[in-house]
Design a protein around this ligand. Structure first.
Ligand SMILES: NC(=O)c1ccc[n+]([C@@H]2O[C@H](COP(=O)([O-])OP(=O)(O)OC[C@H]3O[C@@H](n4cnc5c(N)ncnc54)[C@H](OP(=O)(O)O)[C@@H]3O)[C@@H](O)[C@H]2O)c1
Length: 357
């Protein structure tokens, strides 16, 4: 079966999901949304670095895209910093009966844990359109669901689960969102960045912790947040910014699921702007630039280190390509799923289709 698919946005993630849709044997690209006037009217191929024109040109006309009656939209437009606008766009597709897979709105990786302002209108739109919405990515997403599920499938018993993203963001071109929200380049005296305001870490990674606890049949007593920052003594030049001495060049934070006073399910990030930053914090193995890791203690105890990017492709490009793939690969499963907001536990495994030479 061929699914008729719209790609919504062509940013960091969107250009890769667009390419994936064009190349996918079971997907037909029928529309592309771009908000930037510089992109409107250009062929989809051009917007994702492919040479063969597709005949599908980018538009900022939401109604024209709704009228296509597509099976699914891959929504990768910036969601967190423009919540109400993104919500309007997504609910319009759901109401029209077009399913949505998204990397945006990361609060919805576990929809049961999302706030009412987000969940209620989306659920109502799914009900009205008989449509389904699924949000995932590499982190939050794969590292906190598929990766621990793989590790836990090898266990006779488990006592704790630690999920980590340990990544050098030095080559990551995302100053506007990651740079600002993680507080890179701030001094410790300045107001904390949005990510470290009380409740924000929990709103993003608390859902995945709760999803894993529920799948394990564990009743957590509470979720706790922790964070710390590392200030550079020397200038750091990297893709997203220049960091002056005395400014933050690495962050470490976590959401901990607590049971009987102990952290039993922990999702932690260690993100540095170059390998020299925060030398006392964990590094990926084998000198790699990044890792998504799960460590399950128990019998026999399992550790899986997942690395995206190989050859000339670095970990940050690998991360956005993988995030795009995680949702594009789910299109068929989401189109077949029950109407409503779904999580990984509601879907059969999504994966690449076929092998390419
Ligand atoms: N879970 C994960 O692992 C993971 C990983 C990476 C990203 N994400 C999420 O995926 C989403 C996309 O990330 P990204 O890095 O691709 O973002 P991005 O490049 O910063 O932005 C994506 C696109 O959003 C559109 N956009 C931005 N500001 C807009 C505005 N004010 N009005 C209308 N459209 C606007 C632009 O679309 P046009 O191209 O149409 O002009 C832009 O290219 C984000 O919500 C992010 O949190 C999740």
């Amino acid at each position: 079966m061929t699914y008729r698919v719209i790609q919504f946005s062509t940013g960091n993630v969107g250009q890769h999901s667009l390419r994936h849709i064009i190349e996918h044997p079971d997907l037909e690209l029928v529309g592309v949304h771009a908000s930037s006037p510089a992109k409107v009217g250009r062929d989809a191929a051009e917007l994702c670095g492919m040479s063969e024109p597709t005949g599908i040109t980018a538009t900022d006309d939401l109604k024209a895209l709704l009228d296509l009656g597509a099976d699914c939209v891959v929504y990768t437009s910036q969601g967190e910093t423009r919540g109400p606008g993104a919500l309007d766009e997504i609910t319009a597709f759901l109401r029209a009966g077009t399913n949505v897979v998204a990397s945006s709105m990361v609060w919805l990786v576990n929809p049961d844990a999302a706030d009412k302002w987000l969940r209620d209108p989306l659920e109502a739109a799914c009900l009205e359109g008989g449509s389904t919405m699924y949000v995932n990515g590499i982190d939050p997403g794969f590292s906190g669901d598929m990766l621990p599920f793989a590790a836990l499938s090898l266990c006779q018993s488990a006592t704790s689960v630690l999920v980590q993203e340990v990544f050098d963001y030095g080559s990551y071109d995302d100053a506007e969102f990651t740079g600002v929200s993680f507080g890179f380049g701030l001094t410790p005296e300045q107001d904390p960045p949005v990510m470290f305001l009380p409740g924000v870490l929990r709103s993003i990674w608390g859902g995945p912790v709760a999803h894993l606890a529920e799948c394990l049949g564990v009743e957590l007593d509470e979720l706790r947040e922790r964070h710390e920052t590392w200030v550079t003594p020397t200038v750091i030049e990297c893709t997203m910014m220049r960091v002056e001495p005395g400014q933050v060049a690495a962050v470490r934070f976590a959401v901990e699921g607590i049971k009987d006073g102990e952290p039993v399910i922990v999702m932690e990030h260690v993100n540095r702007l170059t390998q020299a930053a925060a030398p006392d914090w964990p590094y990926p193995p084998d000198g790699r630039g990044g890792v998504h890791r799960v460590v399950v203690t128990g019998r026999p105890g399992v550790e899986i280190n997942a690395h995206v990017g190989s050859g000339d492709l670095d970990q940050n490009d690998g991360g956005v390509i993988a995030t795009a793939a995680k949702v594009v690969n789910a299109v068929a499963a989401v189109c077949a799923a029950r109407p409503g907001l779904v999580a990984l536990r509601d879907l059969p495994i999504d994966q690449v289709h076929g092998l390419m030479r």
